[in-house]
Ligand binder design. Structure first.
Ligand SMILES: Cc1cc2nc3c(=O)[nH]c(=O)nc-3n(C[C@H](O)[C@H](O)[C@H](O)COP(=O)(O)O)c2cc1C
Length: 308
């Protein structure tokens, strides 16, 4: 009997849909026992978010400052054969609840010397968060053997509008009657079953180190070059603006509200204005910098950590 632990956070349920699709292969299989642990912050994050509340989360998320979480119901005496971490990026970093769990004493115990698979669900920007995840998992002495991403496949500008409408209104709808619903579409979630079967077959044959190559062949890792380029710029700038805000005060404080609000206007505006240019650059890049682009995409698809 093999033990599989699934640790996850979800605000609006998408992570659980992704997990259910992937883990279907393991349920009702007498050789496997699955354990689910939802990470719960002691003070729940709001949903729907208020505009300022949402952008006020930015500095602490980027700086990796943990929140208090309830003690997860995980049996620490079990040696797990595989741990699945299902998470969302927040502001190009690991969302606070999962990041907080990864910094806990329980994490030190269970991750040690254990294979890990990450399942990411998000709008479309996950690369920087996953680089941090690689680093943290290494520091916990675990072995990242798989990464699966579920993204919203709309254009970057469309999903920027629909995600903001969704998290501020709290409803998945055809915003203004003309935008598609935000989120991972059901046919993409359905494909999770294929990834689950791949994980299962690699566990059966004790061949998890070969898993990622097969996941990539089945398009489990979504990278679009324009989004990768834009995310790269953002991940360089974000820590500076996060420091600029925290210099004025701590989370939720009045003193920093002006800087938070400016960020809340600046971020969508910069994405809107720079998107067309970045799309042009990303179309030209395969002509002028084909090798560099391919090398980056190849690197981000796999699970090893190296300095680029
Ligand atoms: C505070 C916050 C920050 C976010 N930042 C990102 C991000 O950096 N990249 C991205 O692709 N999606 C981002 N999103 C969108 C989430 O990934 C999206 O809401 C998630 O898919 C919802 O998952 P859930 O239903 O499991 O809660 C953010 C959402 C929130 C609430």
């Amino acid at each position: 009997m093999k033990n599989v632990l699934i640790v996850y956070f979800s605000q609006t349920g998408q992570a659980k849909l992704a997990i259910d699709s992937v883990m279907g292969a393991f349920e009702n299989n007498a050789n496997y026992k699955t354990y689910y642990s939802l990470i719960k912050p002691k003070v729940a994050f709001p949903f729907p978010w208020k505009y300022t509340e949402f952008f006020d989360m930015f500095p602490e998320t980027v700086q990796g400052i943990p929140c208090e979480i309830e003690l997860p119901a995980i049996d620490l005496a079990i040696k797990y054969d595989l741990i699945i971490v299902a998470y969302q990026p927040w502001f190009l970093n690991i969302c606070i609840p999962i990041n907080s769990f990864l910094q806990s004493e329980s994490a030190k115990l269970i991750f040690n010397n254990t294979p890990v698979i990450t399942i990411i669900n998000c709008r479309n920007m996950w690369i920087s968060a996953q680089e941090k995840m690689k680093r943290i998992l290494l520091s916990l002495n675990s072995n990242l053997v798989g990464n699966i991403t579920f993204v919203d496949k709309s254009s970057n500008l469309i999903s920027l509008i629909t995600v903001l409408a969704f998290i501020l209104k709290g409803k998945k709808e055809n915003f203004l009657g003309m935008f598609p619903k935000y989120g991972v579409n059901s046919s993409d979630l359905e494909v999770g079953k294929i990834y689950g079967n791949l994980i299962l077959s690699h566990m059966e044959t004790n061949n998890l180190p070969m898993l990622q190559t097969e996941l990539i062949n089945k398009n489990a890792v979504n990278i679009r070059s324009n989004i990768m380029i834009m995310e790269g710029r953002g991940s360089l700038l974000f820590p500076h603006y996060a420091n600029f805000i925290t210099k004025k005060g701590s989370a939720g404080s009045k003193e920093r509200r002006l800087r938070v609000r400016i960020f809340g206007i600046l971020l969508p505006t910069v994405i809107l204005l720079s998107s067309p240019f970045i799309t042009i650059i990303s179309r030209l890049a395969p002509i002028f910098a084909k090798k560099k682009l391919q090398k980056k995409i190849h690197y981000y698809r796999q699970n090893l950590l190296k300095d680029m």
